[in-house]
Design a protein around this ligand. Structure first.
Ligand code: ATP
Ligand code: MG
Length: 391
């Protein structure tokens, strides 16, 4: 069992300042396991409900009666099954002194299913659980993490083939079922094809008209499908950053299959050797580093952007917090070289630092402020967004 110490500490911290914390993340990413660990830290004073079971679903039809007497920590798993639970939680969270705090777990973003969660504004904090990070698996295992992705069962499988089989099954058993169950108006036959097209589109700018044409439907429909998949943590939409400079800048988001292991499953890539031969290898590495950089820096989704100009200057990832602006450029090579695009990004975006992440083992300064960073040293980005930080 890999220790997810960083997540555990973050949740424990949030539980001190909020009456309720929601752990949100993809199916099978490890939410229930993490919640059990957090509950263990509460000693015997934790009670778990699982809304995937009929018994607990029925019990929580009367939330005040069932929950009011409990003390310590109350964990409610699969909250997306019962959005009507949110409003009655509010008076329970407003009791003084507070007899119990709540930990809610869900596999879809509030935008998709947890309507009603706004009734808990100010009382409920969100913690997004992502796949394993390099800090958790050990930075020298980056090649395995890249090929298999960060889902615990996939990463820890006994072989690459077993890992790949798990991911293939995961897409069918969980993802497709959940997306379809949510009744978001996506025709089942189209879902698989939509996935596949997104996998081939990985790392490119979203193009609603191409997708609409391919599926014989409207642009607003394919955009809704895209946002649904984002809501299930299946894809990442990297929004464009717009700097206040005279130049024109690209205004479309970039699309990534969030977990690189899932990308490889959709592309039927099962081994490192196969991955190297594919035309998508560069885009795959780019997506991998982007997720890991976001994980390592602790950036929130609204702090991560891409940037590009129609003239061809671009930056793979821009992390923004307050006045901090840190760039990450990804190179699928062991010997990165300084490019004009990097220097333009540095200047136009007024970056404090530009990291050029690569597959080699050398860390060196390419030019003032621009530093080549081996992928297995990505943990350097921890603290990169803290204000007053030197790098
Ligand atoms: N830290 C970990 N180390 C190793 N394996 C893990 C870890 N966390 C979870 N797993 C394994 O991954 C699988 C999924 O974990 P878990 O059930 O906690 O995920 P979940 O997010 O609650 O999934 P679901 O959304 O389907 O309920 C389980 O088989 C679990 O044993
Ligand atoms: Mg679970």
């Amino acid at each position: 069992m890999l220790d997810r110490r960083f997540h555990r500490a973050a949740i424990a911290r949030l539980l001190k300042s909020f009456q309720a914390v929601a752990i949100l993340g993809a199916r099978q990413i490890g939410k229930t396991t993490l919640a059990r660990d957090v509950a263990a830290d509460f000693g015997g004073r934790a009670r778990m409900f699982d809304l995937e079971t009929d018994r607990d679903l029925r019990l929580l039809q009367q939330p005040e009666a069932v929950l009011a007497p409990l003390r310590g920590l109350v964990v409610i798993d699969e909250v997306q099954r019962l959005p009507s639970l949110f409003p009655p939680l509010r008076p329970l969270l407003d009791r003084r002194p507070l007899p119990a705090r709540f930990l809610l777990l869900g596999s879809a973003s509030p935008a998709v299913t947890a309507r009603g969660s706004e009734s808990l504004a100010g009382r409920l904090a969100y913690h997004e659980l992502d796949g394993f990070g390099l800090d958790e698996v050990g930075p020298d295992r980056w090649r395995r993490l890249w090929l298999r992705g960060g889902f615990p069962r996939s990463f820890t499988a006994r072989s690459d083939a077993a890992s790949s089989e798990w991911r293939q099954a995961f897409v069918k058993t969980y993802l497709e079922r959940d997306v379809l169950d949510a009744g978001l108006g996506m025709p089942p036959a189209e879902l698989r094809r939509f996935w596949q097209m997104l996998a081939h589109w990985h790392g490119q700018r979203w193009n609603a008209s191409e997708f609409a044409r391919a599926f014989g439907t409207s642009e607003s429909t394919v955009r809704r499908w895209l946002e649904n998949l984002e809501g299930f943590y299946a894809i990442r939409l990297l929004r464009p950053w717009h700097a206040s400079i005279a130049k024109r800048q690209v205004k479309t988001p970039k699309v990534y299959i969030r977990d690189c292991g899932m990308l490889h499953a959709l592309l039927s890539v099962t081994s490192a050797a196969e991955l190297r031969e594919r035309p998508q290898v560069g885009a795959s590495f780019e997506g991998f580093v982007i997720e890991q950089a976001i994980h390592a820096s602790g950036a929130q989704p609204h702090e991560a952007y891409h940037w590009a100009t129609p003239q061809g200057a671009e930056l793979d990832l821009l992390l923004v917090r307050g006045r901090r602006r840190v760039g990450i450029e990804v190179k699928c090579t062991e010997a990165p070289v300084l490019t004009a695009s990097m220097q333009i990004a540095m200047k136009d975006l007024a970056l404090q630092k530009l990291w050029v992440v690569h597959q080699g083992s050398l860390r060196f300064t390419m030019r003032a402020g621009i530093e080549a960073l081996p992928v297995n040293q990505l943990q350097e980005l921890r603290g990169a967004l803290a204000s007053g930080e030197g790098h």
